[in-house]
Design a protein around this ligand. Structure first.
Ligand SMILES: [Zn+2]
Length: 294
């Protein structure tokens, strides 16, 4: 288990899985052709498996304890979900809930759940299977959802074509939380408590939001999927094929990287593998690079 802190906030990473996931060229079609070779000295093997031609991506959530509240940020793929469209999390049976308990948190103790966006690999643990039904995993939690992101995936309000890899995740993971009355729609600027604030970081999805943690002069930004791998720091204009608003995705990535480099904020992207699940960043050429840990 990996534990860190932002000021007085304790952060425990709850791991689901990590490893080779997808070809860089499939996920990031705009990547320059020589990128893997050119950056091999740091890119492989930590972030890239050359044999499998695959980015090393992690799926994990974070428990943030503010002193007042226990918050889960990102809810991974979940267990026993039928995901033929997204094989990485298809019918998973991981000890994620025991890992949560090992961090000292029972599901009943989670006060808030927030996910940067409602993609299939972020909302799995919204629900679990009990007595043949999908029910909220966190019975006492409010599930905060950005209204704009909810509208983006709600069939009645979606403006873009359906995304095949989402499969049935809205029905088995989001719908039960709406029906239990635990979903709370929020907007850009919503504060969970003094330490945690929801912030628009639109682009990867139309309603993608980050969670800004501030304590004792330190700032950490749970920035979701504004980038998946540090190679997108080297080439910050490179989007994923799945980014829904390509211009906004580029602008958001650059804005957050610039801010973090200038002020020394910690960035906490959703899929960077250990030991880089939290990073500080610096300007490097036309892009950015990870500041090595002291
Ligand atoms: Zn993701």
């Amino acid at each position: 288990m990996f534990t860190t802190a932002i000021g007085a906030l304790r952060l425990d990473r709850i791991d689901e899985l990590s490893g080779p996931a997808v070809s860089p060229r499939k996920l990031l079609p705009e990547l320059p052709p020589d990128a893997e070779a050119r950056h091999a000295s740091w890119f492989a093997p930590t972030f890239y498996d050359p044999q499998k031609d695959a980015l090393i991506l992690s799926l994990h959530g974070w428990i943030v304890r503010t002193g007042k509240h226990t918050v889960l940020m990102e809810a991974c793929g979940g267990n026993h979900k039928n995901r033929p469209e997204y094989p990485r999390v298809h019918q998973l049976d991981s000890p994620w809930l025991s890992r949560l308990r090992s961090a000292g948190v029972a599901p009943e103790e989670v006060d808030f759940v927030f996910c940067s966006h409602l993609h299939v690999d972020h909302i799995g643990w919204y629900t679990e299977m009990k007595n043949g039904r999908w029910v909220p995993t966190f019975p006492n939690a409010k599930y905060l959802m950005a209204q704009r992101e909810f509208d983006n995936w709600n069939h009645a309000t979606r403006t873009l074509p359906p995304l095949n890899l989402q499969g049935s995740c809205f029905e088995d993971s989001v719908r039960p939380v709406i029906e239990s009355g635990q979903a709370v729609m929020v907007d850009d600027g919503h504060e969970i408590d003094d330490a945690l604030k929801v912030e628009a970081s639109y682009g990867h999805t139309l309603g993608h939001c980050s969670l800004r943690a501030t304590s004792r002069g330190e700032t950490g930004i749970f920035c979701g999927d504004i980038m998946h791998s540090p190679i997108e720091m080297t080439y910050p204009h490179v989007n994923t094929y799945a980014c829904e608003d390509q211009d906004a995705a580029r602008a958001t990535r650059r804005r957050l990287l610039e801010e973090a480099a200038e002020y020394g904020h910690t960035l906490i992207p959703a899929h960077f593998p250990h030991p880089y699940s939290t990073v500080r960043v610096k300007l490097a050429g036309d892009g950015f690079a990870i500041v090595p840990n002291a």
